[in-house]
Each structure stands twice: as structure tokens, then as C-alpha cells.
Write a protein that binds this ligand. Structure first.
Ligand code: M6R
Length: 366
């Protein structure tokens, strides 16, 4: 059942070659440059005219939603708010019939997310689900939805569901942005083409598994770790930190890199590994200076860089090379080495990676 892998988590990390493809296949027509999401086709006009979108979820699904905020705002220019479902449901949020709420959940059974959906619906909002489990409570409760076709996810640590959720958010944002005219025809087409290049790029990252394992061996006894990213890589940093926390029990935090100087940099010393996402984008030069600041305080930098990187390769103690892609698709690739690092560290520490202590696959209680 684990398909020859020692754990479900590793199997599911490797399945991302197919799960991203399965999520876009049949929905993105590269030849015609068309995107069709059957489950929300009737709601698209409402989404195009929306004044605001609220995304809710918990844990990894909230991280995917936060990546979605960057993508939606860039492509559609619609303001997006992302909120933990548990906070949303209890704080008397302002939501009405003009609102589009997108609820993200792998299991479709998360109690807080379900309650938040009921609240939003009761206040007249249109609620769209992004779920992995077909026929789940959230899938049934939402007005419309798009399934992530990731296949069953057994490992408690969510991996392939995360990349499938982002794939759905990308498709939605591309479609709405193109309809609205806030995303150029040229860029729209470029993204559509590139979506189909992702499986090979995922494969290229997975081929680096041995190297990633070697890096994991160096830092397996750490007691803390920091993950840094900017722009849409910031939520990827959060997700990297969550993966490490939940399966290896190492304390880890994700930050937007520029926040370091407002406090967290005080934590940096010779015992601190810092995972820095430094793939090419608008923030590249900024990240380079953040890396220098960490190194001058003796922190150990493990950087994710693109193949054609020039500066960070010379600076960082370790680099993991990632094939280049378009900016808003890069979270789909960058999260993979972070998943693998956590996996290997947890295994080396003797942890039960598929069933970490104190955690359940779906959190059906609040
Ligand atoms: O099934 P859901 O996506 O609603 O679950 C949400 C969280 O409970 C889940 O992502 C959790 O944080 C995972 N353990 C993360 O790996």
C-alpha cells in the first residue's frame, strides 16, 4: 500500500509529480489557452465582479490560502483576506451577500472550517470549497467547489494536498484575472503553458533526494530552525516550519525575511539553521542581504536557489537547486525540498512520521 516507500509521507511527496498534473488535467487546455473549472463555472461572473474574497482554512490549508492571497491579488486585483477558520467563526466577522468565501480543506471534515462555512453562508456569502475528499462534509456544505485531485492523503503531515490546493487557486486566479482583464493575455498563456512543465520540474527536485537527505543529517540534532521567504514564498516558509515542527518535534518558525531585523534575528547563533528561499523573483537582492546578515551572526544558511543562481550559491553553506519557473508557480516547487528535509530529519530522529504524537489526520473537534 505504501508502493515500496517506507512511509506514506515519502510516497505522497513523490506522488506530487502526478498529483499536480491530475489537478490541472482536463481543466487547463494548453492548446486553446482555456481554463474550465466545472464546479464553479456558474459563479465565475460573480467572482470577476467581487469586491473582496475571504479565504479560510486551518494548518497547511491556511498556508495554501495565504499563497492564494498573493496570487489572487496579483492576477485579479481583488482584495483577499485569509483567516484561520477558528478565528473567523468566533470573532463576529463582517461578511455579507457580496462576499465570496473560499474554504480550503484536504479532509473536508475540519470542524472549525465547517463551522466557519456555516457562519458565512448564514450571512449570505457565496462559499466555494477546495477539498480533496469527494463527498466530504465541507464539499457538501459549500455552494460550489473544485476538488483537488491529489488522491488519498494518509500521512498526517499534509504534502501533496498542499500543492494540489495551490494548483486549484492558481487556475481560479488565472481564469478570473483573464476574464477581468487584470491579467494580460500574454502572461495568462505563459502560465498555462508552464503549468504543464511542472511535473518534470517536480521530478528534477525529487532526484535530489539523496543530497537533501545529506543536508538533513547535518541538522537533525538542531533544537530550533528558521525558515525565510518573501512574497508568495513567505507562506511556503511557514509551511516548511510547520512540517518540521509536526513530524520531528523541532521548534521552527517561518518569517518574511525582512521581519528578521524586527526581533527574530536575536535568535541567530552558531546553532541555528536557517532555510532561506532565494529563488529568482523581485525579492532576490533583498534575500541576498538577509542571508549575509544571518551569516555574519554565524547562522547556518541552507538556501533554495534556481539552477542559474549566481550570488547565493557562493554565499550559502548549502544550496538546493530548483528548476526555474514563473514567480507565482514557484511555491509549488519550493515546498518540496522543505517537505523532504522535514521527512528525513524526522526519520533520523526516530519519529513516527506518518502518525506524529498528539495529531490526527482530520481535526473533527474544535
Ligand atoms: O483537512 P484539512 O485540510 O482541513 O486540515 C487542516 C489541518 O488540520 C492540516 O493541514 C494540518 O495542519 C496538517 N497536520 C498539516 O500537515
Amino acid at each position: 500500500e505504501k508502493g515500496g516507500f517506507p512511509h506514506f509521507m515519502l510516497k505522497e511527496i513523490f506522488e506530487q509529480v502526478n498529483s499536480i498534473y491530475d489537478t490541472i488535467r482536463g481543466r487547463v487546455n494548453a492548446e486553446a489557452s482555456e481554463i474550465y473549472l466545472g464546479g464553479i463555472s456558474e459563479i465565475i461572473p460573480k467572482m470577476v465582479n467581487a469586491h473582496r474574497i475571504i479565504i479560510i482554512g486551518c494548518g497547511t490549508s491556511w498556508h495554501a490560502g495565504t499563497v492564494g492571497e498573493y496570487i489572487f491579488e496579483e492576477f485579479t486585483r481583488i482584495p483577499v483576506e485569509v483567516e484561520y477558520a477558528s478565528e473567523f467563526r468566533y470573532r463576529n466577522p463582517i461578511v455579507d451577500a457580496n462576499d465570496i468565501v473560499i474554504a480550503i480543506s484536504q479532509s473536508g471534515e475540519t470542524a472549525d472550517t465547517l463551522a466557519a462555512i456555516k457562519y458565512a453562508k448564514a450571512h449570505g456569502a457565496t462559499v466555494i470549497g477546495i477539498c480533496n475528499v469527494v463527498g466530504s462534509s465541507i464539499a457538501r456544505e459549500t455552494d460550489a467547489g473544485v476538488y483537488t485531485h491529489a488522491g488519498p492523503e494518509i500521512g498526517v503531515a499534509s504534502t501533496k494536498a498542499f500543492t494540489a490546493q495551490i494548483s486549484v487557486l492558481v487556475m481560479m486566479a488565472l481564469q478570473i484575472g483573464h476574464r477581468k482583464g487584470t491579467l494580460s493575455d500574454e502572461l495568462y498563456k505563459k502560465y498555462i503553458q508552464e503549468l504543464y512543465n511542472l511535473p518534470d520540474k517536480v521530478k528534477a527536485i525529487l532526484e535530489k533526494n539523496d543530497k537533501i537527505k545529506e543536508i538533513a543529517a547535518i541538522y537533525k540534532d538542531s533544537t530550533n530552525a528558521i525558515y525565510l521567504g518573501r512574497g508568495c514564498q513567505f507562506p511556503v516558509a511557514l509551511e516548511g516550519a510547520l512540517k518540521l515542527k509536526e513530524i520531528s518535534y523541532i521548534h521552527a518558525e517561518g518569517y518574511p525575511a525582512a521581519e528578521m531585523k524586527h526581533g527574530p534575528i536575536a535568535l541567530i547563533d552558531e546553532n541555528m539553521p536557517v532555510f532561506a528561499i532565494a529563488t529568482n523573483d523581485n525579492y532576490y537582492d533583498k534575500i541576498v542581504s538577509n542571508i549575509k546578515e544571518i551569516q555574519s551572526r554565524k547562522g547556518h544558511v541552507i538556501a533554495l536557489v534556481n539552477d542559474n543562481d549566481t550570488q547565493v550559491k557562493k554565499l550559502a553553506e548549502h544550496v538546493i537547486e530548483i528548476p526555474e519557473t514563473l514567480e507565482y508557480l514557484s511555491p509549488l516547487l519550493n515546498v518540496i525540498p522543505l517537505q523532504l528535509i522535514s521527512y528525513h530529519i524526522a526519520v533520523m530522529r526516530g519519529c513516527n512520521v506518518d502518525m506524529p504524537r498528539n495529531l490526527a489526520k482530520s481535526v473533527t473537534v474544535e
